[in-house]
Design a protein around this ligand. Structure first.
Ligand code: GLN
Length: 487
């Protein structure tokens, strides 16, 4: 059931929030031992909130007033996002005991809309990864094939949603972590424009790239959740003060007459899985059948997005992660006298961070160090500008750009863990949009050997409405989004 369907049934009084919440909790009981999508569950608090939501619904029905858009609807939240009073680990041992004293702004907005938190989902440690195998706790499995990864770093959210353990979920996307797991789990994942959604209370990985995005069962839900999350937050300096359109109303009619769709030649590369390319090309033909005019476009600096991202993101991460020192919160590996705090910090960071996080801190520290700064960090920033200009140029000719989300379907658990470069390549198609700050959505467009494929639709900065409209039109003309894993 989607959030908009649940809302309709709640409105009519045909179901209650308690029933809905029990249903997802029962489902979690049945499947999560195999899937391992959740790090923390809060069933009692969830049911309490659901009972309160039912009381509010009763009032609204009696008074004939309209209830907040997510009243009584269960949600699962990535463990990168701070939830007041609920353990938030970022998938890291260094935060194994961190209970935030405040909510992220996105949580405040979801609570105001009436949504019911059921638990926190697994992710790669500090959102660094593409498979959820970098979680300090355990890997999550893909519900379509339990021997495969769900993608990452928001793998827990995507797997939980695909397995019907929640009605909707949130992820964070720094270089693809909402879109890539959504593609590999056969659900919808939207990365908003940089600045569209507040990062306040979102555990920082790379601050110039991080964005929160909805992971949902269909495009209408993506529009609904984005509308709830989006908008200026005075607490967050990079959140943008622009009006928030009614994204659901903007979904509009199911025609794409005259829409100009760009197909970037650099995104159909040697080495990508044949079945994935076929599914994406078929999706492009569906857009044409709805009236869209496709044309080839070029994003010439695409090849540089991976090296630029893997300098900039680790550079920012190395600074952001300096705060985990065993002093202020989280793990403290040992005690020591004040004049030997350096030893406490060294031991805490040595024990608390996993291998991938340490690799990023070293890469980033190196790229930022005097003597290398110009050659690496500054150079990467310049390349970032060129990548952004590629998109600016392309959007002079077309309204949206369509490409694959990932080069392959879900890979096997363990397949890439010993080869960081192979793991980084899983995000080869989702890095450039992050660097350019533009919105992009991944929606299901096929199955290859029973495993989902995602097609990615990108738009100009702050043109989420258009991206959603195109995705919605495609979805209305196809039924890939209704397929469910055989779990
Ligand atoms: N896989 C990419 C990385 O490891 C992207 C992760 C993300 O978007 N959080 O950095």
């Amino acid at each position: 059931m989607t959030a908009h369907e649940a809302y309709r049934l709640l409105q009519k009084g045909e179901i209650s929030s308690v029933e809905l919440t029990r249903a997802v909790l029962d489902r979690i009981d049945t499947v999560d031992a195999r899937l391992k999508a959740f790090l923390t569950l809060i069933p009692e608090q969830a049911l309490e909130r659901a009972r309160a939501a039912d009381a509010l619904w009763a009032e609204h029905r009696r008074a004939g007033t309209s209830a907040p858009g997510l009243l009584g609807i269960p949600m699962a939240i990535k463990d990168e996002i701070c939830t007041q009073g609920v353990l938030t680990t970022a998938g890291s041992k260094i935060l194994y005991n961190f209970v935030p004293p405040y909510n992220a702004e996105v949580m405040e907005r979801l609570h105001a809309a009436g949504a019911v938190l059921i638990g926190k989902t697994n992710n790669d440690e500090f959102a660094m990864g593409s498979s959820t195998e970098n979680s300090a706790f355990f890997p999550t499995c893909n519900p379509w094939d339990l021997t495969r990864v769900p993608g990452g770093s928001s793998g827990g959210s995507a797997a939980a949603l695909a397995a019907d353990e929640t009605i909707f979920a949130l992820g964070t996307d720094t270089g693809g972590s909402v879109r890539q797991p959504a593609a590999l789990c056969g659900v919808v994942g939207l990365r908003p424009s940089y600045g569209r959604v507040s990062r306040y209370g979102v555990i920082a990985f790379a601050s110039s790239l991080d964005q929160v995005g909805p992971i949902t069962k269909d495009v209408q839900d993506a529009a609904l959740i984005l509308g709830t999350l989006a908008g200026h937050d005075p607490k967050e300096a990079t959140s943008v003060d622009l009006p928030v359109p009614d994204y659901v109303a903007a979904l509009g009619p199911v025609t794409l007459q005259g829409l100009r769709v760009g197909v970037p030649k650099e995104y159909f590369i040697e080495g990508m899985q044949k079945g994935v390319e076929d599914a994406v090309r078929a999706a492009i033909r569906v857009l044409e059948s709805l009236g869209a005019i496709t044309q080839e476009v070029s994003l010439p600096h695409t090849d540089y997005s991976l090296p630029a991202y893997y300098l900039l993101a680790p550079a920012e991460a190395s600074a952001n992660l300096a705060r985990y020192d065993g002093v202020k919160y989280g793990l403290r590996a040992k005690e020591g006298p004040t004049d030997e705090m350096w030893a406490v910090m060294r031991e805490t960071r040595g024990e608390g961070f996993g291998a991938e996080v340490k690799r990023r801190i070293m890469l980033g520290t190196y790229a930022l160090s005097a003597g290398y700064y110009d050659a690496y960090y500054l150079k990467a920033q310049k390349v970032r500008t060129l990548i952004k200009r590629d998109f600016d140029q392309a959007f002079k000719q077309v309204d949206v750009i369509v490409a694959p989300t990932t080069p392959s379907v879900a890979f096997k658990i363990g397949e890439k863990v010993d080869d960081p470069l192979q793991m980084y390549l899983a995000d080869v198609f989702t890095l450039a949009q992050s660097l350019a700050g533009i919105p992009a959505i991944s929606i299901p467009c096929g199955l290859v050997d029973g495993l989902p494929v995602g097609v990615q639709i990108m738009g100009q900065a702050f043109d989420e409405a258009r991206v959603l409209q195109v995705a919605h039109a495609y979805e209305q003309a196809t039924d890939w989004h209704t397929r469910r894993p055989p779990l």
